[in-house]
Design a binder for this molecule. Structure first.
Ligand SMILES: [Mg+2]
Length: 226
């Protein structure tokens, strides 16, 4: 994995969230999927619904790195129902209620730092930091609460559902640089996805470091920023 050849001047850092800083609580997705299944597809077996949700999520993520079109909670639930051969017509109307229930479950099972030392390592960075994330099922508004619970509170966040496009599109990286108030050429983006994070950031004029999604790799990358 790359440790980045350090650019001449790193004046600020942009950090991916999932697989770079945070991982899910293993209890969250099963609880969230059970809630959605009970609400929308009670006749579908739990394992069948879980598999459809997982596959829909993956299919959407595979498309996002190609076209950068952000697909959020409702879109991913719709894709799950379509995979199950069901109609997705009810999802849009019920999305606010289902999102609220998802939020309750996420706050009860918040994500965790991939390794315990990560929040302190991010706080200790001597340069400004922004979090730049494709939000998927969990929108920025909820992510801010979850980040605070995981020890990353108070950091500015640039979230795909709020920007309207996802990494690897340059607009989201431009928004991150603008939040930092630093030219792209002086910003290092750290993330675990070679396309969304590395190609995306480099195409936006930033430098990039690819990390393994194990937390330790992120710690190594952060140690290199002095
Ligand atoms: Mg990631």
């Amino acid at each position: 994995m790359t440790t980045p050849s350090r650019p001449p001047a790193v004046s600020a850092v942009s950090l991916d969230i999932w697989g770079t800083l945070l991982g899910s609580d293993p209890a969250f997705k099963p609880a969230r999927n059970a809630m959605l299944r009970d609400a929308l597809a009670p006749d579908v077996a739990t394992d069948v619904f879980d598999a459809a949700m997982r596959q829909a999520d993956r299919d959407v993520d595979d498309r996002v790195v190609v076209d950068g079109v952000d697909v959020g909670f409702a879109g991913r639930v719709e894709q799950t129902l379509l995979r199950l051969g069901m109609t997705a017509a009810a999802v849009a109307e019920r999305a606010p209620e289902l999102m609220a229930r998802q939020e309750t479950l996420a706050l009860a099972h918040p994500p965790r730092p991939l390794v315990p030392g990560l929040p302190a390592a991010v706080s200790a960075l001597p340069v400004p930091v922004v979090l730049t994330s494709n939000t998927g099922m969990l929108p920025g508004e909820l992510m801010r609460k979850l980040l605070a619970l995981a020890g990353f509170g108070g950091l500015p966040g640039v979230f795909s559902n709020e920007v309207g496009v996802a990494k690897p599109r340059p607009e989201i990286f431009a928004e991150a640089c603008s939040t930092l108030g630093v030219p792209a050429s002086q910003v290092l983006h750290v993330g675990d996805n070679p396309i969304a994070d590395v190609h995306g950031a480099e195409a936006a004029g930033m430098s990039a470091a690819l990390v393994r999604p194990d937390g330790e790799s992120t710690l190594d990358a952060l140690r290199g920023i002095a």
